[in-house]
Structure formats: C-alpha cells, structure tokens
Design a protein around this ligand. Structure first.
Ligand code: MG
Length: 334
C-alpha cells in the first residue's frame, strides 16, 4: 500500500524508520515532497498514519492497496493508465478533467482550466548556432545517419530537402545514447497553420527516449498548458509562451540531468530539465516527476543511466535543422 503526503516543507527527512517501518523514499520536487511507504506490517498503518497526520497539516492519502512485489528488484507497481477519458472544453481550451490529479493536488493531467502561460515575444536567439568543437552533431542538414526509425529500427524515414528534415511516418531515435546533456535543436512549424490545440504542429523531443519536451505550434493556439510548447508533457507547463509564428525557425537549448535510482529501483533523485525556448527560460531546473503514460500521473519506471534522444511524429509535418548534443558533467571534478 502506498501513501503519498504532499506539501511537507519541513518533513523530518531523518525519519527513515517509523515504528519499525522503513520509509522507502522521500522525494522533493520543487516546492513539495512525497513520501512513499510500503507497509510490511499492516498493523503499523493504523499507528503510523494518525501519527503523521498530527505531525503534518494538509496531508492527503492517495493510492490503493497493491501487493508487494515478489522481490525488491522488481520495478514498483504502476497505476494503470485510464483508457477512457472525456474531452472537456473550458474557456475554449480542450482538455481533460477526469484524469488523475497531478501530485500538486490542484490540476488534473491535461487540465484545460490550468492557467495559460504568459506570452513573451522572443527573438531568434541561437538560430544557426555553430556546434561547439566537442558537440556531437546529430543533424547538419545532410542526412539522418545518427537516427533510426523508432518503430522498425530501420533508416529514419523523415524526408530531407534544402537542409531540413521533416517529421513523417514514425518517431525517430538516435543510434547513440546520452546521459546528462546539453542539446540544441531548431524546429519550424508549418505555415499556413492547420488544426487546433494538440493537432497543430505537434512533435516533441524525448529525453532518454521517454521524457517529452513538447513541440507544438503554440502561436495563437491554446491547448492544455501541460501539453503546450516547451512543457514537460503532462507535468509542467512552460513558464512562458515564447512561440514564434509558424514558418519562423525556433530554437530549444536544453540542459538535462538524468534521474538516479538505487539498486532496488527506488528513485534517489529525479531528472531535472532546463529549457530555453527562443532564448527565454521556459523550464527552470524543473524536476521531472515521472514517466507518464498518457492521461496518468504515473510514476518513475527505473531505467539505465543513458538513453537515446527521440523526435516525435504526431501526424503533423514539423521541420528540423541544426541538431547537436554535448554530454556534460554535473560537476567539474577530475
Ligand atoms: Mg508532442
């Protein structure tokens, strides 16, 4: 059985064992924390929860009874993603409100009522930025030899013309894997625009092949904020909407730190991402909460220290150029 406690700014992190029950993990994400306890003695639940309730105002209980994994080496049981959700329109924005609550307890995943990001007019910033000498060039306009079709494993099926690759047919993934990194890419939304909301110029860049930084034509196009341009998809809306008009080139400069897990697959530190969208900070060292299936607040699935980058084909034609990556260290230690 899992219990999540939210808004615990002063939770005693030394409480590693309470009444004989080990606290499996205490995770801080931004301005709230979560505590996960796996009860091995269900009698302790009746003691521990009232005790915590008296210690901590505002705690809430989420989750349902789940069997303990047979071995600690197994990944934790994830809540199943809902397969049926109802499209809801709030103030002209389509989204969902019968999806799970985000851990902040305020908004549902893909909630159309969540405030839209403030619009900032941005400049060209790092357009045509020369790759630094130690960068790995992933696309220089000539070919997609560094990529393959995510579904088939064969050559990347995106057409290239005039030094530009355009999304088509399938997602593509890099043949190499990366951990902590700096990433530069440039994208261009189709003009004239067509479609609305998530249907307008949808693509995305997946860090480690799984955490999506949304790419969307968000210029004069509202959608649920946790799926808007430069959002950590399904989790964190962008701090600002710095979209340039469709047809203009736009840049992402991303710094990403991978999440870390212990030997049992428990999360030690979340992934962190900083995103400059056209030179404007859209994600500020934001903690990635999980690895969400669509319509679920999900949970982290343990994974390795590196993963490929991926670009999404979402049935829209989004163009790319000048993609390069630099593996980076977190500290300048010898
Ligand atoms: Mg997308």
């Amino acid at each position: 059985m899992k219990y999540f406690l939210k808004r615990l700014p002063s939770f005693p992190t030394q409480a590693a064992v309470v009444n004989g029950e080990p606290v499996k993990s205490i995770v801080k994400w931004g301005n709230f924390s979560a505590l996960r306890i796996i009860f091995t003695n269900m009698n302790n639940k009746n003691i521990l929860l009232p005790l915590l309730a008296t210690l901590i105002a505002g705690w809430t209980e989420k989750g349902t009874a789940q069997p303990l994994p047979a071995t600690q080496s197994q990944p934790p049981v994830m809540p199943a993603a809902k397969t049926q959700v109802t499209l809801t329109v709030v103030n002209g924005v389509a989204g969902y409100q019968d999806t799970p609550l985000e851990p902040d307890g305020k908004w549902h995943v893909h909630d159309p009522a969540r405030p839209q990001s403030r619009i900032v007019t941005s400049g060209p910033f790092s357009q045509n930025a020369t790759p630094p000498s130690d960068a790995i060039v992933l696309f220089d306009g000539k070919d997609l030899a560094q990529w393959r079709d995510k579904r088939t494993g064969e050559a990347a099926p995106w057409p290239i013309a005039d030094g530009v690759a355009t999304s088509a047919k399938d997602d593509i993934v890099t043949t190499n894997e990366f951990g902590d990194l700096q990433l530069h890419l440039e994208f261009r939304e189709p003009t004239p625009p067509s479609g609305t909301g998530q249907g307008r110029g949808n693509s995305g860049v997946y860090l480690m092949g799984r955490y999506e930084i949304q790419i969307l034509d968000g210029y004069d196009n509202k959608t649920y904020p946790d799926g808007a341009t430069a959002a950590v998809y399904g989790q964190h809306p962008a701090l600002v909407n710095a979209c340039r008009p469709p047809g203009d080139w736009q840049t992402y400069d991303i710094i990403f730190n991978v999440p870390h897990f212990d030997a049992n697959g428990n999360l030690l530190t979340p992934g962190y991402v900083t995103v400059f969208h056209n030179g404007v900070v859209a994600q500020n060292h934001q903690a990635i909460r999980n690895d969400p299936p669509w319509h679920s607040s999900g949970g982290y699935a343990p994974h390795g220290a590196t993963g490929p980058l991926a670009l999404q084909f979402h049935k829209n034609s989004v163009s790319y150029r000048n993609i390069w990556v630099r593996p980076v260290a977190v500290d300048n230690e010898p």
